[in-house]
Structures are given as C-alpha cells and as structure tokens.
Ligand binder design. Structure first.
Ligand code: 5GP
Length: 116
C-alpha cells in the first residue's frame, strides 16, 4: 500500500467513514476505532507524513499546529486536566498505520512515571 493510500488518507478523503471530532485545512481528529481509553482520539495531518522521524523542517509549522490543536481538542472534550499524547514511530514501537498521527488518551488513570 502506498503512503497516499493509507487508511487515514482514505478517511481524510471521505472514502471511509469515521467519527470526526474536528478538522481544518491541515489536520483531522477522529475517534480511534479500537479505543484503549474512554477518550481515545487521533490527530492526523492531512499531509501523509509516514512517521515522525520522516518529518522535515518544512513540517515545522504543521507539527506545531498539531500540538496546539491537541490542546484545543482536549479542552473541547473536557479532558484538558489529564490526558496522554502518544506518537508511535516505527513497527517496533507499535506503529501500525504509516501516516503520522497523535493519540490523545484520557479518562483513565495512567501509571505515575510509567510510559509503557
Ligand atoms: P498506531 O498503532 O499506528 O500508533 O495507531 C493506529 C491507530 O489507528 C490504532 O489505535 C487503530 O485502532 C486506529 N485505526 C486503525 N484503522 C482505523 C480506522 O479505520 N478508523 C479509525 N477511526 N481508527 C483506526
């Protein structure tokens, strides 16, 4: 499957349905289809960057945009007091969709000091 054909590109193009929480010219936020927390959202750039490590200086503003929208979306969903943001980079790190995305996870207690 080419990068342009990622499942998230198909969602962005409207070819596959998703629960869309937010979108603008540069990104979309959807509910994860297999939530791992009461709130589990994905913030996805419309540009199909395969993974964080393949972002370049040209993506500087886009990466900042994604982080700022994460905060807005957390506020919108009422979870701004406690949420976790996860980016999996590479298959060994758990990445299964090779189109950059930020997980927003909230609504459960995460272990203090534990990232895994
Ligand atoms: P990754 O493992 O790449 O970090 O995260 C990919 C995420 O995308 C997973 O949490 C998975 O549940 C979610 N996902 C995969 N396919 C779909 C889909 O078709 N729709 C939605 N909404 N989420 C998906």
């Amino acid at each position: 499957m080419s990068q342009a054909d990622s499942i998230f590109t198909k969602i962005i193009q409207g070819d596959i349905p998703a629960d869309i929480i937010y979108q603008d010219d540069d990104c979309i936020c959807i509910k994860d289809i297999q939530p791992q927390a009461p709130t589990h959202l994905l913030v996805i750039p419309k540009k199909p960057i395969p993974c964080l490590a393949q972002a370049t200086e040209q993506d500087h503003a886009l990466l900042g945009h994604l982080m700022l929208r994460v905060g807005d979306i957390a506020r919108h969903c009422g979870v701004e007091e406690a949420f976790r943001v996860v980016i999996n980079n590479g298959a060994d790190a758990g990445q299964t969709v090779f189109h950059l995305h930020l997980h927003i996870l909230a609504g459960k207690a995460f272990s203090e000091g534990s990232l895994v």
